[in-house]
Design a protein around this ligand. Structure first.
Ligand SMILES: Nc1nc2c(ncn2[C@@H]2O[C@H](COP(=O)(O)OP(=O)(O)OP(=O)(O)O)[C@@H](O)[C@H]2O)c(=O)[nH]1
Ligand SMILES: [Zn+2]
Length: 365
């Protein structure tokens, strides 16, 4: 027996599917509460057409060379890829639809946000994580703390459309965690900065605003800053430490890249966390708005410059130089803005059309 109903006014399909021939209970569009907890909201529900209401909804929880793992509202769930599929096309956090009989993936839903980077020596982009609401940029109160590197992570978060939060770990090992926090807050307007001891169960409390049911956070930061430790703390004592942690070298606080794969873990408070392997090099490329958001105070001044293409260096009537002279803009910020803009220009390939015209690259998720 099978009964279908059309989508409700909330935009969420409310199909009732009762098919005894399908075996055990499955997470389909019927189980909206379970899917809500996984982060399946109107943005994704609206992408499912009426002719797809019989399909299963899955979220990719890890990506391997030869397969992907997935979960549904009740835990690990089977998902098969077509034999010619390339797992590199999928990211942890992706939502997909699958056939209820074969568990074969039918299609991936459009992503709301995606972290991808141009990898050295590889054509195209490497996908890191998808459909992330908040990026926890993790650094520690020691030699790892590096504002220039944090800026790069902030650009990455801004560009992906996710909210960045700086998480300062190892606060228990220093007396001046607040000094690090003040430096971090100055990097971007309205930036949230949280100080924690990642090993303490209390670390979850200040992070909770971004970790509630249906919310997805991803962790980035150098090796050894405590990302895996945080995942274990966020997972709660019942989860049996899903991530291996490693020691760091004392002299430079560098970790040993203990984490080698990305994976999605449940947070004790209801949300989801994606750990990413320590990123060794982080270049700025392919950025359109991420730098402007990081330097909002410069971006906002630019329209007041006399010349539309003002480089903010020597031009008459430059509002940015005016702000520096007036003491309201830090000249170091302008230097950083210039360096990051230049790096982005140098590292972003320009595609040319048949007549040698520059072509705009359209963002597609
Ligand atoms: N005292 C203290 N130690 C911490 C804290 N966070 C992490 N550590 C320790 O730092 C070391 C490295 O932590 P990991 O969680 O493995 O670091 P990671 O960022 O996951 O490193 P990779 O997996 O290599 O990317 C471990 O020995 C942790 O116990 C903290 O807030 N306080
Ligand atoms: Zn100017």
């Amino acid at each position: 027996m099978r009964t279908d109903r059309s989508p409700t006014c909330s935009g969420k399909p409310d199909h009732v599917l009762l098919s005894p021939d399908l075996g055990p209970p499955l997470t389909r569009l019927t189980d909206t509460a379970a899917l809500d907890r996984l982060g399946f909201d109107t943005f994704f529900a609206e992408q499912v057409g009426p002719d797809e209401s019989h399909l299963l909804v899955r979220r990719i929880s890890s990506v391997h060379r030869d397969r992907v793992d997935a979960i549904d509202g009740s835990g690990p769930a089977d998902l098969e890829l077509a034999p010619n599929a390339n797992t590199a096309d999928y990211a942890v956090g992706d939502w997909v639809l699958a056939d209820p009989h074969t568990r074969l993936m039918v299609r991936r839903l459009e992503r709301r946000t995606v972290f991808q980077r141009r990898a050295e020596g590889v054509i195209g982009h490497q996908l890191a994580a998808a459909n992330v609401d908040t990026l926890f940029v993790v650094t520690s109160c020691n030699a790892d703390f590096n504002p220039a590197r944090l800026e790069r992570y902030l650009i990455m978060a801004n560009e992906a459309g996710t909210r960045p939060v700086i998480v300062l770990t190892k606060a228990d090992m220093v007396d001046d965690a607040e000094t690090y926090a003040a430096q971090a807050s100055a990097l971007q307007r309205d930036l949230s900065v949280v100080i924690v001891n990642a090993r303490s169960p209390d670390a979850i409390d200040p992070l909770m605003p971004w970790c509630g049911p249906g919310q997805t956070v991803a962790l980035v930061g150098s090796s050894g800053v405590g990302k895996s430790t945080l995942v274990n703390t966020l997972s709660g004592p019942g989860a049996g430490e899903p991530q291996k942690t490693g020691t760091i070298r004392e002299q430079d606080a560098k970790g040993r890249h203990t984490t080698t794969a990305r994976s999605l873990h449940a947070i004790a408070g209801g949300g989801w966390v994606i750990d990413t392997p320590g990123i060794r090099t982080l270049y700025v490329s392919d950025v359109t708005d991420g730098i402007d958001t990081l330097f909002a105070e410069i971006t906002e001044l630019a329209p007041h410059c006399k010349f539309r293409d003002c480089s903010h260096s020597h031009e008459k009537g430059c509002a940015v130089q005016g702000a520096i002279k007036g003491g309201t803009l830090d000249p170091d910020r302008l230097d950083r803005w210039r360096q990051l803009q230049a790096e982005n220009r140098d590292r972003t390939p320009v595609f040319t059309g048949p007549k040698g015209n520059k072509m705009l690259r359209k963002k597609k998720y």
